[in-house]
Write a protein that binds this ligand. Structure first.
Ligand code: C5P
Length: 208
């Protein structure tokens, strides 16, 4: 049996960093499920295929190899935007959720982060965390990341993107982003990654 830590939350809330910290501390496998949607979107974009054909997108989603996902290759803003568009399609979600569930079953335990892990992918997970932060803080973090990486960005544009992505992820009909009823809420607006990790650790240790 595998022990699953399910982490959900909006873009740039800090769930990826927290998920990696937890996986490392407990020796669990980690899957950033956003990458599965990003890889699907990138494969469609690279092949010049439409982003709004459910049948084509589902076939591409079924071919995604979870072991070959690399955020560095999938980080581009256009890929994130396209990912949130293919993520509204039920056949795409069904294909990717199947693969994510197989991953979640790996021993001795797994950490999955995304938007619907506690609500849809692993509703029986013994630990569910909903990691959030204000849109202003999330936009500021995204902006600082871009600048630190040598890029240029406009804070107002980054903030507008965060709001658009939130609206699409929270407003879609299939698996909208929302906290599971039994999720622990972690607002990281004024919390360091260390503080977030130590809060998560107490919750996990109590459930292990
Ligand atoms: O987290 P990330 O920004 O990489 O996710 C890209 C997009 O994939 C999200 O905006 C969301 O629409 C979608 N996604 C999803 N369900 C997940 C993970 C990501 O719908 N479990």
């Amino acid at each position: 049996m595998s022990f699953v830590v399910a982490i959900d939350g909006p873009a740039a809330a800090g769930k990826g960093t927290l998920a990696r910290r937890i996986a490392e501390a407990y020796g669990f496998h980690h899957l950033d499920t956003g990458l599965t949607y990003r890889a699907t979107a990138k494969a469609l974009l690279d092949a010049g295929l439409p982003l709004d054909d459910e049948g084509v997108a589902e076939e591409v989603a079924r071919d995604i190899d979870l072991s070959g996902l690399d955020r560095a290759v999938l980080a581009r803003h256009e890929i994130g935007e396209a990912a949130s568009k293919v993520a509204v399609m039920t056949p795409v979600r069904r294909a990717l959720v199947e693969a994510q569930r197989r991953f979640a079953a790996k021993a001795p335990g797994t950490v999955l982060d995304g938007r619907d892990i506690g609500t849809v992918v692993c509703p029986a997970a013994p630990v569910k965390l909903y990691v959030t932060a204000s849109p202003e803080v999330r936009a500021r973090r995204r902006y600082d990341e871009i600048v630190a990486g040598g890029g240029t960005a406009d804070y107002a544009a980054v903030f507008a993107d965060v709001k658009t992505r939130d609206a699409r992820d929270m407003g879609r009909a299939d698996s909208p982003l929302r906290p599971a009823a039994d999720a622990h809420l972690l607002d990281t607006s004024e919390m360091s990654i260390e503080a977030a990790f130590s809060a998560a650790k107490s919750i996990i240790d109590a459930a292990l």
